[in-house]
Design a protein around this ligand. Structure first.
Ligand code: GLN
Length: 486
């Protein structure tokens, strides 16, 4: 009997190539599982059943012909801000509720080329703005560890899809923490790659200098396998870096003896739950036992400014990116107005939710002629300081370790009325996007039976180092094996 909620890519791959199971059987198993758990967790905006079964059939033909990659025949979920040809891509927004893209995002093309099976599109905070998936204009997603709590966000649907066993792995996007924070809240592995490593062609833009696509998986090996599949230069994304992609899965078991790991004190913020801090202390002690040299006295003094910098830069870029939703080219269109201007205004008034409008207003204000220097330019300068502090730290350390989130998953509804409290949920993850460096969140314990994640940060393109540390920790602990009961 296969346990669909614990199966990893590498395990499923073995079953597929040894013909113990076909991709069609595997896909049907996951469709069944989706029917079972979806009414409780509500992770998926669209289930692509027909397409999935077709792709599974093609995968079986490939396996029979011996043309396999690690992801051939593997069921995958995709966040609903990545374009899928012929399949609705909503961004969990009313304005794109019926948008069917005429092309695939590059990451989707890469998954298709590898022979993966796309099960559906995952719910998210509208346009990826949020930390709880409560900002979805469609419905709220529930955390499988406690259905009364949020799964984190904005890639909440993707994280829940993996944690609740609706697919083997998922793709998310991360502008300020949206892969790592829900990974932490749902006890799965989530990686935000280095800015430029994964093509964003076909990713609906939120804040272009921060957005990255990355994997959400059940273990570190799977995370490396997915990154192998989606990384690499793409001439259609001008920010994509022509970096030779190594085999991330080949380096995992190198060990961490002698590795220098720093623990920056600014990440243990006031307001952090003591249980989370305690779980992190235990996890760091474990890394030390595994041979790493830990320095607990590291300081990155500009860290406290990261939140303010992010909430100037991200809304500014969002206000520009979201200008395209005017009801003329595609998406929802109001047509009853007295003039073109009124149609455009009403399209945006009815099409966007409250958080998206808040960001557009913040961003438009910060970029306006009279305030540009005081806000946007200043934020960019502080951004440089933050990046330089990371550069300096990485001359001394191979990696930095912090909590992923200052708290365990909070209750649905608890923070919706207070945007600042919601924004604070990402204090530990935002600086990483500002600096453009990579970071992974891995399961690192439980506090009051709710998941705690550990974030490991590396220098640009040092994903291999992150994987080595994450893998060593995972092999020495059992956290990743615990599954929620739903
Ligand atoms: N929570 C942050 C925000 O609301 C980050 C979101 C993200 O990474 N997409 O902007």
């Amino acid at each position: 009997m296969i346990d669909y909620s614990t199966l990893t890519i590498h395990e499923a791959h073995k079953l597929l190539v040894s013909k113990q199971i076909s991709s069609v059987e595997l896909t049907k198993g996951y469709l069944q599982r989706i029917r079972q758990v979806e009414p409780k967790v509500r992770a998926l905006v669209t289930v692509t059943e027909e397409m999935a079964l077709q792709q599974a059939q093609q995968a079986d033909a490939r396996i029979a012909a011996g043309e396999v990659c690690p992801l051939t025949g593997i069921p995958v979920i995709i966040k609903d801000n990545m374009c899928t040809k012929g399949v609705r891509t909503t961004c969990s927004s009313k304005i794109l509720e019926n948008f069917v893209p005429p092309y695939d995002a590059m990451v989707v093309t890469k998954l298709n080329t590898a022979g993966a099976v796309i099960m559906g599109k995952a719910n998210m905070d509208e346009f990826a703005m949020g930390s709880s998936t409560e900002n979805s204009a469609l419905f709220v997603t529930h955390n499988p560890w406690d259905l009364a709590r949020v799964p984190g966000g904005s890639s909440g649907g993707s994280a829940v899809g993996v944690a609740a066993g609706e697919a083997v792995c998922a793709l998310g996007s991360d502008t300020g923490g949206s892969i790592r924070q829900p990974a932490s809240f749902c006890s799965v592995v989530g990686l935000k790659p280095t800015y430029g490593l994964v093509s964003r062609y076909g990713l609906v833009a939120f804040a272009s200098s921060l957005d990255q696509i990355g994997p959400l998986t059940r273990d570190v090996t799977d995370c490396a396998l997915v990154l192998n599949t989606i990384a690499g230069h793409d001439s259609r994304d001008s920010t994509s870096v022509p970096y030779p992609v190594p085999d991330y899965a080949a380096c995992l078991s190198a060990g961490i003896k002698g590795m220098r790991i720093g623990v920056p004190k600014e990440y243990f913020v006031s307001g952090m739950q003591p249980e989370v801090a305690a779980a992190l202390d235990t996890a760091i002690a474990r890394l030390e036992k595994l041979g790493a040299v830990i320095d607990r006295d590291v300081s990155l003094p500009s860290t406290p400014h990261a939140l303010s910098v992010y909430y100037i830069i991200a809304p500014s870029e969002a206000s520009a990116n979201l200008a395209r939703y005017d009801g003329v080219k595609y998406g929802y269109s109001y047509k009853e107005g007295a003039s073109m201007w009124e149609d455009m205004e009403k399209t945006r008034q009815f099409g966007f939710g409250p958080e998206v409008k808040r960001r557009i207003m913040l961003g438009t204000y910060a970029l306006s002629a009279g305030y540009y220097d005081a806000y946007y330019l200043k934020a960019q300068k502080v951004r440089t300081l933050i990046r330089r502090e990371f550069d300096a730290a990485f001359t001394k350390y191979d990696a930095l370790v912090t909590p992923t989130s200052p708290t365990v998953p909070f209750k649905i509804g608890e923070k919706v009325a207070d945007p600042i409290q919601m924004y604070l949920s990402d204090v530990c993850t935002l600086p990483i996007n500002i600096a453009g460096v990579p970071a992974i969140s891995i399961p690192a314990g439980f506090a009051n039976n709710l998941p705690v994640g550990m974030q490991i940060i590396g220098k640009p393109f040092a994903e291999e180092t992150l994987f080595k540390i994450a893998y060593a920790y995972e092999q020495a602990t059992e956290w990743h094996k615990r599954k929620p009961e739903i």
